[in-house]
Write a protein that binds this ligand. Structure first.
Ligand SMILES: [Fe+2]
Length: 247
């Protein structure tokens, strides 16, 4: 018999006529001072949320989507993993306009505090054919500039969530997959612990290949899925270990 976290289980007794209900609580194995974040993008992972993979996803505090994923899939992750979802749209997420992921929070252009960390989201890709969720370098720079006062007031950024990567980091030379130059300025100025993106389809034999370190920032391609831990203190000098399931 399997019990879900927080599920109510009824026990009945042949000896006592009364029935009573208890709630099963999970004790998850993770650092009390850290947040465990599942990040996803670009491709549906059938194993996520399945009973066979349940143990791996115990204790997830937050799900972050970096885009190009069906809204139904993201909503199903909320139900199966039982964690809130923050997301940005990718260049293929045109359905989000009419049907956003139910129960999720759109991060685009917003700095959202979560359990002691500040998370900034920026949707979309570099402009290539005029479709939705596409931005020129000037447009994206303008979005970031308008956020300046809020970033200063809130004391900076811990995690940046984007669909596209920074220029020349994990990106490609075609217009669609070209990264944004202005993301470099964002990294240099605010030095977030993590800069998480999708959009660049790659498989990773070595989990370390997902990561490029820029100063104090780990730029991570989350294509598929990835799990990371971060200290949930705004004053933390360092972050928790980065762990990546192979794909
Ligand atoms: Fe994309």
């Amino acid at each position: 018999m399997f019990f879900k976290p927080g599920s109510k289980v009824k026990f009945s007794s042949y000896f006592w006529e009364e029935k009573f209900t208890i709630i099963i609580f999970y004790k998850t194995v993770k650092n009390e001072n850290s947040l465990k974040i599942l990040t996803v993008s670009d491709v549906v992972e059938p194993t996520l949320g399945q009973p066979s993979g349940k143990r791996q996803f115990e204790g997830i505090d937050l799900i972050i989507s970096c885009g190009d994923l069906p809204p139904e899939y993201l909503s199903s992750l909320i139900d199966s993993i039982k964690a809130p979802l923050y997301y940005v749209g990718g260049n293929h997420d045109i359905r989000y306009k009419d049907k956003p992921p139910q129960g999720g929070l759109n991060l685009h252009g917003r700095l959202i505090p979560f359990e002691g960390i500040n998370i900034l989201g920026l949707e979309g890709s570099h402009w290539y054919n005029g479709g939705p969720y596409q931005y020129t370098e000037v447009q994206m720079r303008s979005i970031i500039r308008r956020l300046g006062p809020k970033l200063w007031w809130r004391g900076g950024i811990d995690v940046v969530v984007t669909h596209a990567p920074p220029r020349h980091i994990h990106d490609a030379e075609d217009h669609c997959h070209r990264g944004f130059e202005c993301y470099h300025r964002l990294i240099k100025k605010y030095q977030p612990h993590y800069f998480i993106h999708g959009h660049i389809h790659r498989t990773f034999d070595d989990p370390a290949d997902r990561v490029t370190v820029v100063g104090k920032t780990k730029v991570v391609n989350t294509y598929g899925y990835n799990i990371l831990e971060i200290e949930n203190s705004r004053n933390a000098e360092s972050i928790g270990e980065h762990s990546t399931p192979g794909r």
